[in-house]
Design a binder for this molecule. Sequence first.
Ligand SMILES: [Zn+2]
Length: 144
Amino acid sequence: MTTITGGCHCGNIAFELEWQGNANEIPARACDCTFCVKHGGVWTSHPGSRLRVTVLDPKLVTPYQHGTRTATFHVCARCGVTPVVTCEIDGRLYAVVNVNALVNVDAASLRRAPASFEGEDVGSRLARRKRNWIGDVEFANARS
Ligand SMILES: [Zn+2]
């Protein structure tokens, strides 16, 4: 197990990812949706891993949805970085994190590949996220 840390640029959103996969082979999916193209969004996940997200000021996190509106992009309203995307399926929260927001990961460990989910129907989309996304996700307000 490797603890990967990351977050937005200004520090408002931070996360700790207990990575259960091979830390030298971290998948990095360059999504070709219009949001990810504009943001340079490249995502990773491992279904057996655990993610803890800490937010200093929730008022400075803008939830953003587009397309099928099944995923929520957590955009830092102060610095504009989107470190994490979540999706709630059957009452459970799933997530992917932005590889560009990782702090302690060597770029050589990233296995970059293009990813295209255009045209995928909602059912297959949610089933894929259930299989591939981080399945143990918790958000904490640092001030609570
Ligand atoms: Zn920020």
